[in-house]
Design a protein around this ligand. Structure first.
Ligand code: GDP
Ligand code: MN
Length: 351
């Protein structure tokens, strides 16, 4: 599950990583915001800055219209239900900093770049500073990184950030902890300008205190391979496993396992799609549902509804079978969504 920026920052802050002073606001609380301020749309996707979801405001009269505009601004299919209002930080330099899991070495990898901020996200990570964190040798790692970033005089602050981010990563079963930009302020502080944290849903059982907004999370959503090209949604654990196995047997790589259980409302399907869109390489989403108690036409409506809300969703390959299958077929046909007769025909089609 992906935390919203303010949730990620609050978490970082409990690990003594500096964050800008800020407060969260709902749409009916705008009168309490005062300038100067940065308003930031709280949605679970990045790239907000370029699309108008991050705005610096200095005039009090601009708050209402700008905040309204952000609340109405859909970014990659998401509308915010909250804004984060923060102090404006005086940026001297912006760095990219992240910790993630290096699956090749089964280690935790630190990635960094001297040019953080809004452009870096589209960049190939080949020329990044990358080091596995081995045996918690933070001091030498800090020296290297401080050298690379050319902030040797801030090594002490940097070491604090690395160590605390590492503890946060481990304690919270993170898959990704990204600070971009990590800001060097004009007055010489290092501060998390933006934060993105993804925690491992499979670890939810040992984090009963987790209370993040993305409560939508399907705890039956298991990521199998972040680079996989095929996402799967099925109902019933047996069918979900069989679907994943069949994808593998056909030579493709399933990215996830997902049993959506006995009901498939549009909210639920939407949440599944959202989780799938956090994976980067998905080319197709296979939906394999047997309509027993659940009616295929209701599932079809939920799919149509959810698809409409996420414009750049990957291609859908749908097999619905059982209760009200022909109604489902008719409905989906109206939206150019053909219904496949079997999982085998889907796999033939996409291989
Ligand atoms: P993202 O585009 O969704 O990643 O949102 P960010 O929070 O990273 O903001 C995008 C960019 O806006 C940052 O890289 C900064 O350049 C700029 N920005 C955000 N907050 C501030 C601020 O307080 N002061 C200044 N000067 N720039 C900011
Ligand atoms: Mn950012």
């Amino acid at each position: 599950m992906r935390l919203l920026e303010y949730e990620a920052k609050n978490l970082l802050s409990t690990y003594r990583i500096p964050i800008p002073r800020g407060k969260i606001f709902a749409i009916n609380e705008l009168q309490n915001i005062t300038t100067p301020v940065v308003l930031k749309s709280q949605i679970p996707v990045g790239g907000r800055g370029k699309l108008g979801g991050v705005r610096i405001i200095r005039q009090q009269t601009e708050i209402q219209p700008t905040a309204q505009a952000i609340f109405n601004l859909k970014i990659r299919g998401f509308l915010p239900s909250k804004l984060l209002a923060e102090e404006i930080i005086d940026i001297s330099r912006e760095f990219y900093f992240s910790l993630n899991i290096n699956r090749q070495t089964a280690g935790i990898e630190l990635l960094a770049h001297t040019g953080g901020g809004v452009e870096i996200e589209s960049q190939d990570t080949a020329d990044f500073f990358r080091r596995d964190i081995v045996n918690k040798k933070f001091e030498s790692l800090t020296d290297e990184l401080a050298d690379y970033l050319d902030i040797a005089d801030k090594a002490f602050l940097l070491q604090g950030i690395i160590e605390n981010a590492y503890r946060c990563f481990i304690d919270n079963d993170c898959l990704l902890l990204e600070i971009n930009p990590l800001v060097l302020t004009s007055d010489g502080r290092l501060i998390a300008g933006d934060a993105k944290i993804t925690v491992d849903d499979a670890a939810a059982f040992r984090h009963l205190d987790w209370q993040f907004e993305d409560n939508s999370t399907e705890h039956n959503f298991v990521i199998l391979n972040r680079d996989g090209a095929v996402a799967t949604i099925a109902n019933g654990a047996g069918l979900a496993m069989a679907t994943v196995d069949a994808v593998t047997a056909s030579g493709l790589t399933p990215a996830n396992f997902l049993d959506i259980g006995g009901t498939a409302t549009s909210d639920k399907v939407l949440n599944c799609f959202r989780q799938i869109t956090t994976l980067d390489n998905i080319k197709v989403i296979i939906i394999n549902i047997f309509g027993g108690i659940v009616r295929c036409d209701e599932v079809a409506r939920a799919i149509i509804d959810a698809q409409r809300q996420i414009p750049d969703l990957p291609k859908l390959a749908i097999r619905l079978s059982g209760n009200r299958e022909s109604e489902a077929r008719q409905l989906l046909a109206q939206y150019d969504l053909p219904l496949f007769d079997s999982l085998e025909t889907i796999l033939e089609d996409i291989s």
